[in-house]
Write a protein that binds this ligand. Structure first.
Ligand code: PLP
Length: 363
């Protein structure tokens, strides 16, 4: 096969990121400091309409500390999707609370409010839906559900930098929201996470928890972690932040091209009034998804990803007997095609050709 491999994801790191890292290294101020503070302020203004953000060393730490700061702990239940990366449920379990799995809706692969309502008990303290693949969960329905039952709403926005629901930015609805800055996400700091909150007390606890329980040096107020972001990572993130909205426009244009041209698979839908940021462009292949993935790779040199092949409620740490039929269907049928902004028009033409050829052969 002569054509280059088209990877399913690829971070874009340029000279500006390198220069920013060099500047920090030259300064000698490597750990959490002024770069981190500047990154937090800029993240808030670019992506959160000014809502406060707190930087941590990973998205998973962000979820964990966010839940602790919101008062989640042993004896509590937090309802989460099973169809997500395991970090969502891991972070609940790490607080000592129990992750309770609810089903998703097939249109957008996000948590289904009706399924969540069935799972609410008198131990339920929160609901943590995921803006999966960059499509916002049903924000209005979850706000209403949380209010009706007197439980908190938390956002796993790991994949959804810049997404909007009826003009409102994700990350501004929940008690807290977490954005991941892992290299394959829509922007990166190497590793890292950003937690947004509109609650001053939660913000203060987040700042204490990430830094051994200290606000002032050696005056520890609670048992905390070292989950700080470094100035080196923040410097990369600050540069990426100046580019993420442009990259998102490119992701949308790429998705529109795929929407208009691919045939034989179910293309992603966007809810009325919502803005998808296409962290993933995820289609459904009802018949032999694994064969489809293999043929794309072996016959066309086109990479793709299956997120996620095993639902959390069937993974060893969380195994339950929950009946989640839509989750099972999605796990069997989803494939994410390359949509990232480093690909060329030529690449997208090859992806379309590959998908259409393989889908037709399978039919
Ligand atoms: C990436 C991701 C996380 C965890 O983020 P890390 O930065 O990798 O720790 C959590 N939830 C979802 C849905 C993710 O995609």
């Amino acid at each position: 096969m002569s054509k280059d491999f088209i990877p399913p994801a690829k971070p874009i790191i340029g000279q500006e990121e390198r220069d920013a890292v060099d500047r920090v290294l030259a300064s000698g101020q490597l750990a959490q400091g002024s770069e981190v503070a500047a990154f937090e302020n800029e993240f808030s203004s670019v992506l959160l309409d000014g809502r406060a953000s707190v930087a941590v060393n990973s998205g998973t730490s962000g979820l964990h500390l966010g839940l602790l700061a919101a008062g989640i702990g042993p004896g509590d239940e937090v309802i989460v999707p099973s169809f997500t990366f395991a970090a969502t449920a891991n972070s609940v379990a790490l607080t000592g609370a129990t992750p309770v799995f609810a089903d998703i809706e097939l249109e957008h692969f996000c948590l289904d409010p009706a399924s969540v309502e069935e799972k609410i008990t008198d131990r339920t303290k929160g609901i943590m839906p995921v803006h999966l693949y960059g499509h916002p969960f049903n924000v209005e329905a979850f706000e209403a559900l949380a209010a009706k039952h007197g439980v908190a709403l938390f956002e796993d926005a790991a994949q959804a930098h810049g997404a909007k629901a009826n003009g409102r930015r994700v990350g501004t609805f929940g008690t807290f929201a977490m954005f991941s800055l892992y290299p394959t996400k829509n922007m990166t700091s190497g590793e890292g996470g950003m937690v947004s909150t509109g609650d001053a007390e939660v913000e203060r606890r987040l700042r204490l928890l990430r830094n051994q329980g200290m606000e002032r040096q050696y005056e520890n107020e609670l048992v905390g972690f070292n989950n700080r972001m470094t100035n080196i990572h923040a410097a990369i993130g600050r540069v990426q932040l100046t580019k993420v909205l442009g990259w998102t426009d490119q992701r949308r244009a790429n998705a529109a091209f795929l929407d208009a041209n691919i045939e034989g698979v179910v293309t992603p839908r966007v809810a009325e009034g919502y803005e998808h940021v296409y962290h993933q462009y995820t289609v459904r292949v009802a018949d032999d998804r694994d064969g489809f993935v293999k043929a794309l790779r072996e016959e066309h040199n086109v990479g793709s990803g299956v997120y996620y092949p095993i639902p959390n409620h069937r993974l060893a740490p969380f195994r339950t007997s929950d009946d989640l039929p839509v989750t099972e269907q999605a796990a069997a049928e989803v494939v994410s095609l390359p949509v990232h902004p480093s690909l060329s028009q030529d690449d997208f033409e090859r992806i379309v050709e590959a998908v259409n050829t393989v889908a037709k052969a399978g039919a």
